[in-house]
Design a protein around this ligand. Structure first.
Ligand code: PEP
Ligand code: MN
Length: 264
């Protein structure tokens, strides 16, 4: 069902009136983790000032170490909803447990399924059963075919509002946190009718590479960029090495705004 052969025209994902995949670029910015109301509010205001409509923030954090910050859980979703309502933004947040999906839809506008859960089939089925857009990230060791099959799990349950997100794959290269598979973007655009975003934060793990990889993503035909922004990355409870502070975010936006989307 996600194949171009089945449907030639692009699927447009409608997030509270913001259309992803309709030709204009749609970006997703926000902190890695929701840490406090004040922290989310500061980033949300910066996103809004730059014309952004979509705010991200993790409440349930799938951390490699059980001793690292695990996220604020439902309280994090409440903070996101409060800030989104105040600022008129839509929010995207990762859900890791199928049982949390029904509760989460009251708080968030897009369900994110993270790299570590790309093949959590019960989660995919649960996300397919609700009427909410889903942002599905590529698993760090998933082939493009496995990624497309994960999206098929969602659409086969009745939900076609799916955004694919390339976020880098694990290779032998250690210079970056993951290896951004830039060619996945045109392949996914050719083989499926779904919009494709590129997460420059988790693919590179390096602040100095956010702008060049975002430029590459736009040039190759991505429908938008995801990147993490924090008021003070040095004290962030997760991903401190790669989040942008607000002045850096503002110059990042002004640079990528100079680029035109590629017509598919
Ligand atoms: C995230 O976007 O918050 C995240 C954890 O990313 P990924 O699932 O791509 O590692
Ligand atoms: Mn992160």
């Amino acid at each position: 069902l996600v194949s171009r052969k089945n449907k030639a025209e692009d699927t447009v994902v409608n997030i509270k009136g913001e259309k992803v995949g309709a030709g204009e670029l749609t970006h997703v910015f926000g902190p890695c983790s929701v840490e406090s109301y004040e922290q989310v509010k500061e980033v949300a205001q910066a996103v809004k000032k730059q014309g952004g409509k979509l705010l991200r923030g993790g409440a349930y954090k799938p951390r490699t170490s059980p001793y690292d910050f695990q996220g604020l859980g439902e309280e994090g979703l409440q903070i996101l909803k409060r800030v989104a309502d105040e600022e008129g933004l839509a929010v995207i947040s990762e859900i890791v447990n199928p049982a949390d999906i029904e509760k989460a839809v009251d708080y968030i506008d897009v369900i994110q399924i993270g790299a570590r859960n790309m093949q959590n089939f019960e989660l995919l089925k649960a996300a397919g059963a609700v009427k909410k857009p889903v942002l599905l990230k590529r698993g760090m060791s998933a082939t493009i075919s496995e990624f497309i099959n994960a999206a098929e799990y969602i659409i086969s349950r009745g939900n076609d509002q799916i955004i694919l997100c390339e976020r880098g794959i694990r290779t032998y290269e250690k210079a970056t946190r993951n290896t951004l598979d830039i060619s996945a973007v045109p392949i996914l655009k050719q083989e499926t009718h779904l919009p494709v975003l590129v997460d420059v934060t988790h693919s590179t793990g390096r602040r100095d590479l956010l702008l060049p990889t975002a430029r590459a993503a736009i040039a190759i035909g991505a429908d938008g960029i995801m990147a993490e922004v924090h008021p003070d990355p040095a004290v962030a409870l997760s991903d401190s090495a790669q989040q942008m502070d607000i002045p850096t975010f503002e110059s990042f936006i002004s640079e990528i705004n100079k680029q035109q989307p590629v017509k598919s």
